[in-house]
Design a protein around this ligand. Structure first.
Ligand SMILES: [Mn+2]
Length: 328
């Protein structure tokens, strides 16, 4: 019996579903009686990985950056900023083991794992189709409207609120195996999920009120600073529901282990010539996807984070003005 450690993008619907889909693939096509342990990974200013934790018989990373550590035996990612260095990217290119996969075009990592599972390993992905469909929708922000993304009518969106906002380290360790046992609708009714969800739904309503008061929407950019409030894990579509004509959003938030600058774009109000936000964030040591990126600072580096956020907001406003696209 093999012990498989799965490192996944923490507090992320796609990250947690990726861990579940990888487990299903492994159990179906590699070893049926394998045992899984799940460890969340968060983007932060330094020390993304703790190699002392790579103690499984196999160690897999899903929906998170590449590690060249020889103990990592599986890797799947779809982020534009997947490699910490050119040397890491080269290490991946040299890999001939056939167990490390990268596709920055995939809308979600979970659907990418299902796809590779089908093509390369003969995996039947039908049982995880609901999960991967929602991973695609959520990671590519394919909702009908900002209002729909904030109203959280769908079970997957309520679950996302709980995943992003929960403070319990064991919450996802319970949820990940449960993805493979229940539908999303059924998951939502489980006691431990309801316990996480109810206070977060209340906080979600309060966050909308709070954001209404502090959003600075002009020049096509919505800027907000939440560092006074302990509010990491807020719904990132609130700025677009409140300022529908905004093109980009730039926010600063804070948690125990990082101060974070989030840079997003409005999925319902794209304009020609949008800036690649992953590349923009990479200039500040961050990364992400073309339409949404982030930069992690040390928890105490408030001023540096605010400065970066204001610089980015200014740059995006100037770009919109020069493109003639700003309408706010
Ligand atoms: Mn993802």
């Amino acid at each position: 019996m093999r012990r498989v450690r799965v490192f996944f993008h923490d507090k992320c619907f796609d990250g947690s579903v990726s861990a579940a889909v990888f487990s299903a693939l492994y159990r179906a096509r590699i070893q049926a009686e394998a045992e899984f342990e799940y460890r969340g990974l968060a983007h932060k200013a330094n020390d993304l990985f703790n190699p002392a934790e790579f103690t499984g018989d196999e160690n897999a990373i899903v929906d998170f950056k590449y590690s060249p550590d020889p103990r990592i035996t599986w890797w799947f990612d779809h982020h534009q900023s997947a490699f910490l260095s050119a040397a890491d990217a080269e290490h991946f290119r040299q890999d001939a083991g056939g167990r490390k996969f990268y596709d920055p075009e995939s809308p979600s990592c979970a659907s990418f794992i299902a796809h590779i599972g089908r093509e390369r390993f003969g995996f039947d992905s039908a049982p995880v189709a609901e999960l991967t469909r929602w991973s695609d929708i959520i990671d590519s922000a394919s909702f009908a409207s900002a209002e729909a993304a904030v109203a959280l009518a769908e079970p997957a969106l309520k679950l996302t609120l709980a995943i992003e906002g929960s403070r319990r380290p064991d919450f996802l360790q319970r949820l990940i195996p449960d993805y493979l046992r229940h539908s999303l609708e059924q998951l939502l009714r489980l006691d431990y999920v309801q316990q996480e969800l109810q206070p977060l739904l209340e906080r979600h309503r309060e966050t909308q009120k709070l954001m209404r008061g502090l959003l600075d929407c002009h020049g096509g950019v919505a800027y907000f600073d939440l560092t006074e409030y302990d509010l990491e894990g807020y719904n990132k579509f609130i700025p677009y529901a409140l300022c529908p004509r905004t093109v980009y959003s730039v926010g600063v938030s804070r948690s125990s282990f990082r101060t974070k600058v989030s840079v997003g774009s409005n999925p319902w109000h794209a304009v020609p010539g949008m800036i690649n936000l992953a590349s923009l964030c990479e200039q500040y040591g961050g990364g992400g996807h073309p339409r949404v990126g982030a930069i992690s600072f040390e928890p105490g580096a408030l001023q540096a984070a605010r400065q970066a956020a204001q610089d980015i907001a200014g740059l995006l406003r100037r770009q919109l003005q020069n493109g003639g696209a700003a309408e706010n």
